[in-house]
Design a protein around this ligand. Structure first.
Ligand code: SF4
Length: 437
């Protein structure tokens, strides 16, 4: 084997920290969401089957090498890279440690396929790549990737079943919102109808489905609507997981300018047509997506005549929600979830203020609501001290503040005192929040 590297992207969901990362596509085929700068400047590309298979072969090479050493060595010696090759490159070292971490921490159970929308691959190519992966890495239990709602909506339930048989058994989708007005504001390029359409088919196929929601994404004016309409989408689909990702405006993003201008109009583009319902675009995903230049395909899709264009003038001005308003929005959403749902709600990111918003809707809804209510009922000073501590990356919950050293709490109190107006206070919180995005 010549080149002993395989492609690894930068972005993955937090809970895939120990998963094997395989980059089957590069960057984002949409790349226009107002709030996101993750793949700005990166040209989208689907990697060839040859490249994907060669990457898996390299993983197997490192896996066999490491397992061989683990059989008769102290695991600590395996961490030493120098004795594998004197001339190993930095890239090879990176790949080696990725596989080592996957073996030691994940027990070779999970693979995450990067980048932002792997589901845009042609179905046959995706299936062949999955079959190869499963054949070469038979210990793997979960293979997952990101998929945008508009892309996923083009698959039939039979397509999803076929892909599941080939080995894809988990999909993550950044819905962000179930409200069309908010989606237009974000220039997400998707619609709630597509979210419901794809969600039902994915569930029908028995694929584990993770949906992401961003409280605060609609700003003040759309906050309650965002909660109610997102809850309605979740009630319709019953995804396995609803993962909360608090909305934060990122410097350098178009949303930053919108927030600064206080208007949502500038930069919000037309919504794309629902490919599944557009004459001539119906059918298998491979018919709808150009393989070699998907950016162009998506651009064409957004320009499709008859697309449900959002009336830019109709969008309300964007006024950022305060930290507490986002918490209230989460409360509204949880309250509106159908108590029969088997969905697991989870707040699994430091960007969320309340980490304890977690549990099955069916059995834990009241517990989650009263947890949020207890926080909202705290005296303002206690609330603020906790907010600031959490935003400064102190991993405590609001009822654990007494665990912090007194001198640290004094520093927090002093910062709270200095932010003596509502605007200064929110800006202080945002300053720390931006460090996470
Ligand atoms: S689809 Fe995802 S990765 Fe692509 S621009 Fe939107 S948020 Fe960013």
């Amino acid at each position: 084997m010549g080149d002993k590297t395989f492609a690894i992207g930068n972005i993955r969901p937090p809970f895939h920290a120990s998963s094997l990362l395989l980059r089957w596509t590069e960057n984002c085929p949409w790349n226009r969401c107002n709030f996101c700068t993750l793949y700005r400047g990166g040209r989208f590309r689907v990697r060839s089957l040859e490249e994907i298979k060669a990457d898996i072969d390299v993983v197997c090479y490192y896996r066999d090498l490491i397992l061989e050493r683990l059989r008769d060595s102290d695991p600590r010696t395996v961490r030493r890279m120098g004795d594998i090759s004197a001339s190993i490159s930095r890239e090879e070292k990176h790949c080696y440690y990725m596989v080592l971490n996957w073996i030691v921490s994940d027990k070779m159970k999970t693979v995450f396929l990067q980048d932002a929308n792997t589901m845009i691959m042609k179905k046959d190519q995706l299936r062949e790549a999955l079959c190869y992966l499963r054949r070469k890495l038979p210990q793997v239990e979960t293979v997952s990737c990101y998929g945008r709602a508009d892309t996923l909506a083009r698959f039939s339930a039979a397509d999803f079943r076929e892909l599941k048989e080939a080995g894809l058994n988990m999909i993550h989708s950044g819905f962000e919102s179930g409200c069309d007005q908010v989606l237009a504001l974000l220039n997400k390029g998707t619609r709630r109808e597509q979210e419901i359409n794809c969600g039902l088919k994915i569930k029908e196929a028995g694929i584990t489905y993770n949906v992401f929601y961003m409280p605060g994404a609609g700003g003040r004016a759309l906050s309650e609507k965002n909660a109610q309409e997102t809850a309605a989408v979740i009630n319709a689909i019953e995804p396995d997981f609803l993962r909360i990702r608090t909305f934060v405006v990122k410097p350098g993003s178009p949303m930053w300018e919108l927030a600064r201008a206080g208007r949502a109009s500038a930069g919000a583009a037309a919504l794309p047509a629902d490919a599944a319902n557009t004459p001539g675009a119906a059918g298998a995903p491979e018919a709808a997506t150009a393989q070699t230049d998907t950016q162009d395909a998506v651009a064409a899709q957004a320009d499709t005549p008859g697309a449900a264009a959002a009336s830019v003038a109709a969008l309300p001005a964007f006024s950022e929600c305060s930290d507490l308003e986002k918490v209230r929005e989460i409360r509204s959403l949880v309250a509106a979830l159908d108590e029969r749902l088997g969905t697991y709600v989870i707040s699994d990111h430091i960007i969320n203020l309340l980490s304890g918003v977690e549990g099955f809707v069916r059995s834990d809804k009241e517990k989650i609501l009263s947890y949020i209510d207890r926080f909202l009922a705290l005296p303002q000073q206690e609330q603020k001290e906790f907010q600031l501590a959490r935003r400064m990356c102190v991993n405590v919950d609001y009822d654990e503040m007494a665990l912090l050293p007194e001198n640290y709490r004094d520093q927090i109190r002093s910062l709270v005192r200095r932010a003596d107006t509502a605007e200064k206070w929110e800006e202080t919180l945002r300053y720390y929040l931006r460090k996470y995005i």
